[in-house]
Design a protein around this ligand. Structure first.
Ligand SMILES: Nc1ncnc2c1ncn2[C@@H]1O[C@H](COP(=O)(O)OP(=O)(O)OP(=O)(O)O)[C@@H](O)[C@H]1O
Length: 324
């Protein structure tokens, strides 16, 4: 479905090349929901834009390949890419307002997307399909006549989701799709994403900095730190075996507020992410890691497979004993 191999993406800057994604490889399987999490600045959005071939001016893919349905998307011509996007892969970003045209009704935008990619459709059939999409995202069809500003934030994001799945793509990349919404609306949209994905089957790469949100939706989670994936884990193992993970994953998991004995307990991760222009030697996470040794300051750990996990940490086998 989606194959990313050795992807490296850099931004040219006055101080030198900022390598925002470093040698990332993974496969997303048909109908799989994979979460991608990491703190702000870890490279999640850069990766999403690279996969969508939507990187901005000073960014470039300096290494690696990205294949969607077996096609190297960087080998497609502009016209092929235009056809491929929306039909085979699409995206939902944080701000629905930016994704929608403010001077067109939402119905016209849905019908336009359908007709521009399926020119053989009649306007009446496209309208029927728009009605079906409204039903799928639980929007009253009368809102097809509304302009984006007439709808609430949650409704706008539902419309964006409807447009993203209008052409039945195999892959939808969602980058913080609910971050701008309040908690109640966020929950209902998450439930709906899950329900729609079950009904119409497509793969999702779901990007967020919110571990609890991702772990509810995704079956597999990739954890990103300073441009690299430091762990792939299944969502269930986090609750059951939190000590057997990358120290960064453990820290993120413990940063989720938990109610213990009527007190809210939050354990954070000390320090902040590194300057990408001056990465620490060895493991990039070592300055913040309570399990670090001399080896960690000297040698970059590679991703290694342990049962159903892949973890890049020199001490993953011995750290579980020290974990509390
Ligand atoms: N246009 C740019 N020029 C130079 N550096 C950039 C540019 N855009 C992003 N970066 C740098 O690339 C790194 C990764 O940024 P990115 O936005 O991909 O991270 P992120 O994990 O998605 O963060 P957030 O959750 O805040 O969106 C950051 O350190 C950022 O400063």
């Amino acid at each position: 479905m989606l194959e990313v191999e050795h992807l490296t993406v850099s931004y040219a800057s006055a101080k030198g090349d900022v390598v925002a994604v470093r040698d990332v490889s993974f496969t997303l399987y048909p109908n799989e929901i994979m979460g991608l999490i990491g703190e702000s600045g870890s490279g999640k959005s850069t990766m999403a834009y690279a996969i969508l071939r939507m990187l901005k001016g000073n960014a470039r893919v300096s290494q690696g390949t990205i294949r969607v349905l077996g096609k190297d998307i960087y080998q497609l011509s502009a016209e092929e890419l235009r056809k491929f996007r929306w039909s085979h892969f699409s995206m939902v970003f944080q701000s629905a307002m930016n994704a929608l045209n403010p001077v067109m009704t939402v119905g016209a935008q849905m019908i336009d997307t359908l007709l521009s990619h399926r020119p053989h459709l009649t306007r009446a059939t496209a309208h029927e399909r728009a009605l079906e999409l409204c039903e799928l995202v639980r929007i009253d069809p009368r809102h097809l006549k509304s302009y984006p500003h007439e709808l609430s934030g949650g409704m706008r994001q539902r419309i964006v989701i409807a447009i993203a799945i209008a052409l039945e793509p195999s892959l939808v990349i969602m980058d913080e799709p609910t971050t701008a919404l309040d908690v109640v609306v966020q929950r209902s949209i998450m439930d709906q994403i899950r329900e729609i994905q079950k009904r119409v089957h497509f793969s999702i790469l779901f990007i967020s900095h919110d571990f609890s949100l991702v772990s509810e939706l995704a079956t597999r989670i990739a954890i990103m730190y300073a441009g690299q994936i430091v762990e792939f884990t299944d969502a269930l193992s986090l609750e059951n075996r939190v000590g057997f993970h990358h120290p960064y994953t453990e820290g993120l998991w413990k940063s989720i507020p938990k109610l213990l004995d009527r007190e809210i307990v939050i354990e954070g991760i000390p320090g902040g992410p590194p300057d990408l222009l001056r990465l620490p030697t060895g493991c990039s996470f070592h300055p913040r890691c309570r399990y670090k040794s001399k080896l960690c300051t000297e040698k970059t750990p590679e991703l290694k497979t342990y049962d159903t996990y892949e973890i890049a940490c020199h001490h993953v086998l011995d750290k579980e004993e020290q974990h509390d």
